[in-house]
Design a protein around this ligand. Sequence first.
Ligand code: ADP
Ligand code: MG
Length: 680
Amino acid sequence: MASLFEKKIETLWGVGEKRAKLFNRLGIYTVGELLRFYPRAYEDYTSPVDIDRVTIGDYCCVKATLEAPVVTSKISGGRLLSRGTVFDQTGFLTLTFFNNKYIDKMLRPGREYTFYGKVSASRGGAEMLSPVFSDTETGHRIRPIYRTTAGLSSVNIENAMTQAVKLLPEEVKETVPHAMLKRYGIDTLGFAIRKIHFPDSSDELKRARRRLVFDELLVLTLGLRKLKTVKREETPVRIREDNSSEFYQMLPFKPTSAQLNATYECINDMLNSNAPMNRLIQGDVGSGKTAVAAALCYTVIKNGWQAAFMAPTEILAQQHYESLSAIFAAAGMTVELLIGSVTAANKKKIRERLKSGEIDLLIGTNAIISDGVEFKSLGLAVTDEQHRFGVRQRAKLMSKGDKPHTLVMSATPIPRTLALIIYGDLDISIIDELPPGRQRVSTFLINSKKRLAMFGFIKDHLDKGRQAYIVCPTVEENELNIASATEYCEKIRSGAFRNYSVGLLHGKMKQREKDDVMRDFVAGRIQLLVSTTVIEVGVDVPNAVIMAVENAERFGLSQLHQLRGRVGRGSERSYCFLISDAHGDDTVQRLKTMCRTSNGFEIADMDLKLRGPGDFFGSRQHGLPEMHIADLADMDALRLAQRAAEEIAALPGGLDNPECRSLRAEMRRLFSQVGAEGMN
Ligand code: ADP
Ligand code: MG
């Protein structure tokens, strides 16, 4: 198996240079990676049901005969609508196809086929929309459905996969000690990889998935344990005095009890242990994490050490600098800002003063982890909005000192159960309270017919000197129906908002361009900002009072929550509009959750329940390796993996035991994707 990760995808028959590029786009470069590209769904032709047993709203498989030729007619927009009726001993079912010119040639009256598709209610009974089908003679299996990209279909991938599976050696090398497999009743890796793509029954599929999920979670758990132990060596950074309350007295506001609590937990880590603090503060948007981090920086500096505060964007770093430098200066401390746009001469000066110990607190972007930046005595490293950084960057910041205390902050609340896994290497503090006097953002779910009215509402607020955001989902090529930020912006610039200054922000822009646009928005030179989700990160523009999200159904709730957190930061009443024409019950329920509550943790729980943990993991939000198959909402699987990890730790030599060699290799491979160092 290991060698297949060296075998290029081009070596497969039918995969030329051009097609290889398409595979690359899906993150597949080698045959090994192809084999790890698991189906996103299956068409199950193995268990047809009688027509009178189909469930409305479910995907079903029926074996039925076409009654009469399929009839095709033209409908609005020049589209083709084809209808046919099939029957079995128990009843009739309508089939509907759109824009399929050849359907009447593909389906013959009087012949029996196996149809697979989603069943909905129709006037006379049940209807199957655009089903896939096969001749009953040939089709008797479970077909894999793969995630695709323009120009590369699921069938293309299936064909390549058929070959890849054949390249697997008879006995695929096991990653898990044999005794353990037996004890847990888990199938072999070879079985699992073959059957996850081409199962012969749903039972085989279940077993294959169980094995692969187990592996993935085991590797994740082991990796996180390893990170934890690497970091827990003794630190020379000794903190003897807690100065946080002194700091809080200098602020214009009183800290909330949640802020005090988090501060206390951090201080406690630093005071009472020889190991460096390694803590995450999780707090909702606007809960005041910056003040907590600042109180800790202050304490560490008072104890004779330097502190570093790293933010993901220039704007954010600048905001932190502006809000903190005066307070620290009043206490006789020196704060500097190090970001990309600082001139080379000034950078040099900052580096010198940092090395000599003249600077107490360095705030900046990842410019502060670049080579040549050296601290005299770094005692505390803070990473803000940590999901924007990889494990590697965090580690690099730590390496600027000798085992400094570290604090990371995240505004993405995640359910506790999940947090324990994701942040297996960190201790966690939670700020679950907002400062007093915050207004709730009034949130409305509207359909696109109301868009014009909403534009009017936005204009009223712009006229009053306020600002607004409109967020569009990121476009993927073959999804033209989804609003693209660029097009959208052009349209409203020449249309509804032609008399206003409209800015555009999207992920394809250079960092410098993005920063410029954000700066213009912060300064009020841009009134309305059209953006993709790049806006998510915690910038504070209190004058922005409206957040409108197009195609809201495309976003996870936690993401919507983050977006909504961009408004409601000032004293003015703020609004959030979720625009969606989606009808599905789940979708509407999800979006309504947003209208009902503003509690980030409640929203995260709902998200986990309704969409699974994909939103927390799929987009690599946490700088952790991407899970291919594991569903982290599956607590049983998690517990099993954790038990196994403990057993492995108890083996002679632990992970270094010869039986664990390939497990170790797999762990390194997984974690190298996110740049975790020290995983040997
Ligand atoms: P986040 O947790 O999203 O990073 P910030 O630290 O940016 O939140 O704080 C949001 C705003 O709330 C800031 O303007 C900050 O000055 C203010 N703030 C923080 N703590 C308090 C408090 N205890 N009372 C009043 N305002 C506060
Ligand atoms: Mg923040």
